[in-house]
Design a protein around this ligand. Structure first.
Ligand code: NAD
Length: 368
């Protein structure tokens, strides 16, 4: 299969981790006989420096013409005092909107070797493997009016959704459950909010189209509690924008390893933007010690969700799990009796494990 990918390395460690993920994609392309072509464009702080715009037109046009986008991270102290329209994160918000990405997928998987860094007890968090599907474009963050009134003595925000906006994200939740353990937890506040009542009705309607999926309804307050008391009970959680914002941040600390968390933002036709959940880590940029695994796992999500390459995605995910299980890790991860490595070395270790699983004798290592 031929696929064109736009790379948006961005700032800080972004270029280092995106380069690693590209090496992994090349290894998979070689092993499984695909052709991936890349177009690298500026975004964030780099784009401000080069084009006086965090999302230059040519970046936007290239993303629109591609099959998928892989992003590193944006931001850093150099741009912290810029006016609002020249902030690096504006580039991210604009590209998500311009590409019509409405579904954010955040998997949280506990690697047993890393769970001692979790704030939860090992026995509680061990075996966690969940996916949060969050609506990205509607709800309280975008509803109008949103304003101060009566000379600042009262305030209003608006939680608005159309049926169509709810239907498409709920469907994404069911579809994600179908390729996982077929268990969907719908999170709402249907005991209080009208929007949640409609949400729950739609979930029940859609459930008829996915009879293999077991569906639970959990109130958002209970969901927040269950995420820390019994996270292994979840497979896919689907929820609206603000609930998803809060729950996905809560879930991101469960496994104790920010450098291991991928994410995807998707459109209905399968097009997506993939990026690690972490930021640009300016404190370690350029030192060759950044953990590339979250970006590599984001590339695996790209193969699964945008290119329908489930086998290839699993190949990468298993190679990452084997790398960690064998004790190889970057400086941010604390692995007992492990072998600490730099960004390039651990990338080649992942390729070693990909090569083990494929009949192709000589897959090129990226840096060796
Ligand atoms: P951060 O995630 O960049 O870093 C937090 C800590 O984790 C730092 O100590 C960093 O060294 C470490 N870390 C993060 N990713 C790592 C990796 N892959 N390997 C090794 N260590 C890693 O968060 P922050 O420090 O709050 O933000 C730094 C900059 O990133 C800010 O400008 C912020 O606005 C931006 N940011 C961007 C995104 C994004 O692009 N999506 C997300 C969050 C923050």
């Amino acid at each position: 299969m031929n696929k064109s990918i736009v790379l948006l390395p961005g700032d800080g460690i972004g270029p280092e981790v995106v380069e690693s993920a590209k090496c992994i994609l090349d290894a998979v392309a070689q092993a499984c006989h695909h052709t991936f072509t890349y177009d690298t464009k500026d975004i964030g702080g780099l784009a401000i420096d080069n084009h006086q715009d965090p999302l230059p037109e040519e970046t936007e046009a290239a993303c629109k013409a591609a099959d998928a986008v892989l992003l590193g991270a944006v931001g850093g102290p150099a741009w912290d005092n810029n006016p609002a329209h020249l902030r690096p994160e504006k580039g991210l918000l604009r590209i998500r909107k311009s590409l019509g990405l409405y579904a954010n997928l955040r998997p949280v998987q506990g690697f047993p070797e890393l769970l001692h860094a979790s704030p939860l007890k090992f026995d509680v968090v061990n075996g966690s493997d969940l996916l949060i599907v969050r609506e990205l474009t509607g709800g309280l963050y975008f509803g109008e009016p949103s304003e101060r009134r009566d000379d600042g003595q009262s305030v209003v925000d608006t939680l608005a959704y159309t049926r169509e906006e709810m239907e498409r994200i709920i469907e994404t939740g069911f579809e994600a459950a179908m390729v996982r353990k077929k268990h969907l937890t719908s999170v709402d506040k249907a005991n209080v909010l009208e929007s949640s009542k409609m949400w729950r009705e739609i979930v029940m309607e859609k459930a008829k189209d996915f009879p293999e999926v077991t569906v639970d309804h959990v109130l958002v307050d209970a969901a927040a509690m269950k995420l820390i008391t019994d996270p292994t009970q979840f497979d896919v959680m689907v929820t609206e924008n603000m609930f998803g914002d809060i729950l996905s941040d809560e879930a991101s600390v469960l496994t104790g390893s920010l450098g291991m968390l991928p994410s995807a933002s998707l459109r209905k036709d399968g097009f997506g933007l993939y990026e690690p959940a972490h930021g640009s880590a300016p404190d370690i940029a350029g030192q060759g010690i950044a953990n590339p695994l979250a970006t590599i796992l984001s590339a695996a999500m790209m193969l699964r969700y945008s290119f329908d390459m489930d086998h290839e995605a699993t190949l990468i995910e298993q190679a990452v799990a084997k790398t960690i299980a064998a004790g190889y890790h970057t400086a941010d991860l604390d692995v007992k009796n492990g072998t600490k490595m730099g960004t390039k070395e651990i990338t080649d270790k992942v390729i070693d494990f990909i090569a083990e699983e494929t009949p192709t004798e000589s897959i090129m290592r990226c840096y060796a």
